[in-house]
Design a protein around this ligand. Sequence first.
Ligand code: CO
Length: 497
Amino acid sequence: MTPFEQLNQKLQSIADIRGSVSLLAWDQETFMPKGGAAKRARHMSTLQGIYHKQITTDANDLLKAVEDAGLDGLSPRQQLNVRQLRKDIDRLTKLPIEHVIASTKAASEAVHVWAKARATDDYAMFAPNLSQLLELKIKEADYLGYEDNPYDALLDTFEPGMKASMVENTFNSVKDELRELLGKIVAQPQVDDSFLGQDIEEEKQMAYGLAIAEQLGFDTATGRLDKSVHPFTISMDSSDVRITTRVQLDDIRDMLYSTVHEAGHAIYEQGLNGADYGWPGSESCSLSIHESQSRLWENNVARSLPYWKHHFKSFAELYPDGLQGRNPEEVFRAVNLVEPNLIRIASDELTYHFHIILRFELEDALVNGRLSIADLPAAWNEKVKSYLGLDVPNNAQGVLQDIHWSHGSFGYFPTYSLGSFYAAQFMAAAGRDFPDLQGQFERGEFGPLKTWLNEQIHDHGKLHDSEAICKMVTGEGLNVKYFMDYAKDKFGRVYGL
Ligand code: CO
């Protein structure tokens, strides 16, 4: 066997381990009996340990042999795979194992304290844990290395190649326009969505959600849909992708948009290149590109008027009163209602971005020592007031609301908004390639868009970073103009601006 073939074989067996961990994680969140929790944690951490060791030692040695032999005899795609694998392994080997263990331990303690602190609205209880996690993250940035902002190193974990300065510029260029649009919206009479608040039984909802997911391109030959407390997507590899949703009996929007969002993630995973199994070419590019795919289907497609023109009839049939006297435009408005909310995950498509912008600004200030943990709640409340116009009544509904910081996930939040911005830009490019795209939606034809995404984005896997993919697909780097155009157009129509 050539060095490349040996490495290929090794990477495939490492991917087998990783896929098994994914399946255990899926089962843990869906069907595992409560009693299985302790042993399951063991199963998973043992396998993860084996995975980490094999990738950083055996695979690393074989990779060196491939590099020593030279890449000339390899195909262009194989060369990209080798180069990306080098970056991934270097990243994994930069963190000393003691640091990884200390971080895991600190996070598992912090998450329990955070849950208690949130339940009792006691920020002071959580503050020491948060301080410890922040210190560990700053140390981690030092291990990983950065040029001028330690936040870059943390961001890079979720968003390879992205810089804090680029996020800052992006957010700054969208902030004022977004605030202006929100100001106009809240001055208008609120949209009526009361007619959607009727009970629809769970079985009916789940069957409907699956049918919609399939129609958009989710393939049940390589995927399945189940229920969980928090919807998620887990993939063993492109041939087996699991999604979950949740059901609120008196508001089917919760199930519908959770399902479509996760189906968007799953269509991406199912579209990855299975022939590169074990290699970066079979992995997703980054969290923001992942989120661009879920949000594209959720917001740009399934919250559009053409979508509702096609789906109104079958949707109305789910309701006991058949939505008599209502029309597609009214449903379109009701699923796009905008209202500032204290809670990020309860927020609409538009005001959501202020939640992300304020978290990014606070994280960057914390990591760079411009803000102390003690002053964080006051800084949080001030930003919520300034961006959303809301008074934060307590820390439970303020700074303590998200689980992310208790996991030590700093640098993660920006990927959500970047996902929306990339989604709008991709849709604009798709609209140039298919001038009748909206007409396709109105006729219930979603296959052309799905195939286009497969070819333009999914097939590249992790062989290029987010910005490079964006340039290849749209001809330019991230440009928030597309998101603002889309938002002004859509919400202008919803609120009659
Ligand atoms: Co998502």
